[in-house]
Design a binder for this molecule. Structure first.
Ligand code: AMP
Length: 113
């Protein structure tokens, strides 16, 4: 079992409900959904946060593009949705494998908690 939970999901060793799979990215449902659609999009390779992801050619773009593809698949692209990278302790990041939260299916409020 890999030390990283999301590496375990990529490897198929930790169960997850996958929504879309790309060559370098995977989208799966959050186990504790905060909205009718709550999907996490991750790179298959391990990067700790969004800044590390952005340093890799084109991979951040692929994560964002796959999140939009999930929104289309879920039928929330017209109504709108939110993409979030929680980063670090005060940013609310609890899993150290970068992940984009795609949230939608209800009106979002601002400011976030
Ligand atoms: P964050 O707090 O931004 O690091 O987000 C981590 C997210 O991972 C939380 O929304 C958790 O509900 C979610 N999560 C934790 N374990 C799993 C799992 N095994 N499968 C799917 N989502 C998970």
């Amino acid at each position: 079992m890999p030390e990283c939970l999301f590496c375990g999901i990529v490897a198929g060793e930790v169960p997850a409900t996958k929504v879309l799979e790309g060559d370098r990215t995977v989208a799966f449902r959050d186990v504790n959904p905060q909205a009718p659609t709550h999907v996490l999009v991750i790179p298959r390779d391990h990067y700790p946060d969004a800044a590390a992801l952005a340093a890799v050619g084109g991979l951040l773009d692929e994560v964002v593009t796959q999140a939009h593809q999930v929104a289309v698949k879920e039928g929330i692209d017209d109504s709108g949705y939110r993409m979030v990278f929680n980063t670090g302790r005060e940013g609310g990041q609890t899993v150290g494998h970068v992940h984009l939260h795609l949230l939608g299916g209800r009106p979002m409020t601002w400011p976030p908690g």
